[in-house]
Design a protein around this ligand. Sequence first.
Ligand code: HEC
Length: 139
Amino acid sequence: MARTVKLAYGTSALLVTYVLVNVGLHHYNDHVALTDQANASLVERGRQAAEACTACHYLDQKANFIGPHLVALLGRSVASVVQYEYSPAMRAHQGSWSAERLAQFLTNPQATVPGTKMAVQGWSPEEVQALVAYFKSKD
Ligand code: HEC
């Protein structure tokens, strides 16, 4: 009798574990799928917003324009494009372009790098988030 009860407990414990793991996995997969989709549309919005950058920057070829090219921007050292004449302010900014530093710069270029030659107002938090997602996805 005690044995049957133990077995019953054991079996239901297994069943409960199985159900929990499966429900958990489903949730996880749904979440990942949604996140991928949300990220894809964020990247697409960023790609559109980055059209504004092309007034002054090449995004896909290593050629300088009014500003330096933005190929492989994330992780790149600040003010490191050869043959581009950076402002002293940008040369003094140091380090490299992380997602966080890029977001800060794009939100308010003049406040982040006082004296920068990048004469733009800056972008909204939503646009900045999309732009950073785009640059992350790009190269
Ligand atoms: C009106 C022209 C103009 C527009 C529009 C513009 N930029 Fe710039 N950008 C510049 C100039 C000029 C510099 C060089 C700044 C300096 O030396 O102070 C620069 C520099 C930068 C740098 C520093 C690059 C490095 O090599 O360290 C980044 C990053 C950057 N721009 C990103 C962007 C992005 C992203 C956009 C669009 C969302 C954009 N810029 C739009 C003119 C512009």
